[in-house]
Design a protein around this ligand. Structure first.
Ligand code: PBG
Length: 269
């Protein structure tokens, strides 16, 4: 399906109803039996599903990192003072500025191909894209280097694909079941609790990323506010307690004033 969202790319997402617009059209098609499943990047899926639809499986995670993409420089550190970076993500912007306050961050929209051609035309010294998107499009050779999560913490669910379908569809459930990756599902669950609890839209700078070691899950999350203010929280525990770990981190962010910070941003949170 080509969605309306695909056709009006280039218009700021906030003006057309956010990323949720893409999802909504696919959901309408499933509810009207014109489609059976919708495959989403978990990063872009709102945390609530409409009546009659549910998330069935989460597939094994691709590289969750953000990529530094440039034709002239290898890493963020290599950029000369005052260089220009293209990204429209507030999450990326706040973290890049924390590392390199001297850089100029300018808007960059469109699909991955459009963004790369804008880089190639020389409008930016570097741009930031999700590694997973580039890898899936067979454009991994455009990745100059990958950010470590300590430098640039990914968005909740980044790099994971989920499949949504109608509830009460046992045959379909059976077909989809082998695609489920439990570890990814627990990780994405923990990360998405943050956006859910803070009731944050995609125009709020939030990062949340978990790692798993030997059945043990560690979660870290960041929320950005005005004047480059940033708060963070971490928690860890058993992988199967992903939801509770997510809640602990979310509660800590709330206690540090996350709701007030988001409200002060004045976006459509
Ligand atoms: N913001 C749009 C979006 N949603 C998912 C991906 C990439 C794939 C993924 O993260 O799963 C991208 C592109 C990007 O951020 O560079």
């Amino acid at each position: 399906m080509t969605t309306k969202g695909d056709k009006i790319l280039g218009t700021p997402l906030s003006k057309i109803g956010g990323k949720g617009l893409f999802v909504k059209e696919l959901e309408q098609a499933m509810l009207e039996d014109r489609a059976d499943i919708a495959v989403h990047s978990m990063k872009d899926v709102p945390y609530r599903f409409p009546e009659g639809l549910e998330l069935k499986v989460i597939c094994e995670r691709e590289d969750p990192s953000d990529a530094f993409v440039s034709n002239n420089y290898h890493t963020l550190e290599d950029l000369p003072v005052g260089a220009t970076i293209g990204t429209s993500s507030l999450r990326r912007k706040m973290q890049i500025l924390a590392l390199r306050p001297d850089l100029h961050i300018t808007d960059l929209r469109g699909n991955v191909g459009t963004r790369l051609s804008k880089l190639d035309m020389g409008q930016y010294d570097a741009i930031i894209l999700a590694s997973a998107g580039l890898i899936r499009l067979k454009l991994a050779d455009r990745i100059a280097s990958r950010f470590e999560p300590e430098q640039l913490l990914p968005a909740p669910g980044q790099g994971a694909v989920g499949i949504e379908a109608r509830t009460n569809s046992p045959e379909l459930d059976q077909l989809l079941a082998p695609l489920q990756d439990d570890e990814t599902a627990f990780r994405v669950k923990a990360e998405r609790i943050i956006t859910q609890t803070l009731q944050a839209s995609c125009s709020v700078p939030i990062a949340a990323f978990s790692t798993v070691n030997d059945g043990h899950l560690s979660l870290r999350a960041l929320v950005g506010g005005i004047d480059n203010q940033m708060i963070e929280a971490t928690a860890d525990g058993a992988l199967t307690d992903a939801e509770a770990i997510g809640q602990t981190v979310a509660d800590s962010l709330l206690a540090q004033g996350a709701k007030e910070m988001i409200a002060a941003l004045g976006t459509d949170a």
